[in-house]
Design a protein around this ligand. Structure first.
Ligand code: G3P
Length: 217
């Protein structure tokens, strides 16, 4: 499973990238606003920090605007993936990007039917928003299972990118459900390493090791 970082914080990205576990990055207009930096500058910097896909979202709502913005974003670096909203216009733009060989991430997916349309349009990635569905009283993980079944039934190669991840359990459940990727906020990514029993066990091992008075080196 590919693990992406959902962030525009390049300091945090640099730090987590040293683990070798960050396969890519996703951004959105909210995260660009949070960075306080020009979008082209922050996307270029992120693309220099990770070799994998970096999603950069268009802001236009019309097809021509999406195409113009997407082409400009794709020109920033070879690993840019153009993120488009799951609207009728977004899927028309997705089809054209597919013809032009520009990778796309179709975002704001909240139903299996929407995901089916995105795959038919030739999306490289589909982003179902798990946490926001849970917030809404629905079962976000069920959507991952439904999309997996549909894509497997018809052999679509659109990759499922579980988004709006809130907890380590979301990451594990998305992996069990067969999601190809998950995009994770930095704090949740850090939490993936941790378990209280790991800390407790290590503390005991180190205390017992100290009693031996030995040194491995
Ligand atoms: O980037 C899209 C998604 O991951 C946003 O998550 O937590 O704002 O619902 P959230």
């Amino acid at each position: 499973m590919q693990l992406f970082l959902d962030t525009t914080d390049t300091a945090v990205l640099k730090d987590l990238a040293t683990t070798g576990l960050v396969d890519g990055v996703t951004t959105n207009p909210t995260l660009i606003a949070k960075s306080g930096r020009p979008m082209a500058e922050v996307i270029a910097e992120i693309c220099g920090l990770v070799e994998g896909p970096v999603s950069a979202e268009v802001a236009a709502m019309d097809v021509e605007g999406m195409l113009a913005e997407g082409r400009k974003l794709a020109a920033i670096a070879t690993n840019v993936v153009v993120k488009v909203p799951l609207t009728r216009n977004g899927l028309i733009a997705t089809s054209e990007f597919a013809v032009e060989g520009i990778q796309t991430n179709v975002t704001l997916c909240f139903s299996a039917a929407q995901a089916l349309l995105a795959a038919k349009a030739g999306a490289s990635y589909i982003s179902p928003f798990i946490g926001r569905l849970d917030d809404h009283g629905a079962d976000g993980m069920e959507l991952i299972r439904e999309i997996r079944a549909i894509y497997d039934n018809y052999g679509y190669d659109t990759e499922i990118l579980a988004a709006s991840i809130r907890t380590p359990a979301h990451v594990a459940e998305a992996a069990i459900a067969g999601s190809d990727c998950a995009t994770i906020p930095p704090a949740t990514f850090e939490a993936l390493f941790k378990h209280p029993l790991t800390d407790k066990g290590l503390e005991q091992f180190m205390a017992d090791w100290a009693k031996t008075g030995q040194s491995i080196l």
